[in-house]
Design a protein. Structure first.
Length: 131
């Protein structure tokens, strides 16, 4: 298999994408797409944002395991304790999960299938499994 985000050395076509670089790509239209995991920024990005939001604070933000309701499902996730950081993190999860899942154009293309292996449920999923 070709590593994510690279091209096939035999025909020069892009054959794989990665979660953070999938916007606007159309070469998977009508194909079966497998999306594994979810993308998140480095912890330092959130810490910098925290100090931008709260310039007088000296404590360091923490992540904790929380149960959140997403797309009608209760999901346990390791999220930022601070509400604003948590909302930013969840928005990134949403964006970087729905974007690659949408590359197959499964809602408009016959026979296109998307398999998503992640603990971030998307609204367009036909089935959802959890343990």
């Amino acid at each position: 298999p070709v590593p994510s985000g690279q091209t096939d050395p035999f025909n020069g076509e892009q054959t794989a994408i990665h979660l953070a670089n999938s916007a606007g790509l159309d070469f998977l239209k009508g194909q079966t797409v497998i999306v594994v995991g979810k993308y998140d920024d480095n912890e330092d990005v959130y810490i910098d944002k925290y100090y931008d939001l709260y310039p007088d604070r000296t404590d360091k933000p923490k992540r904790i395991t929380q149960t959140v309701k997403l797309s009608g499902k209760s999901i346990k996730m390791f999220l930022w304790e601070d509400e604003q950081l948590r909302e930013l993190q969840l928005e990134k999860y949403k964006q970087f999960t729905e974007q690659p899942a949408g590359r197959a154009r499964a809602l408009r293309q016959e026979n296109a299938r998307v398999y998503l292996f992640s603990n971030y449920p998307i609204e367009d999923a036909d089935e959802f499994y959890s343990d």
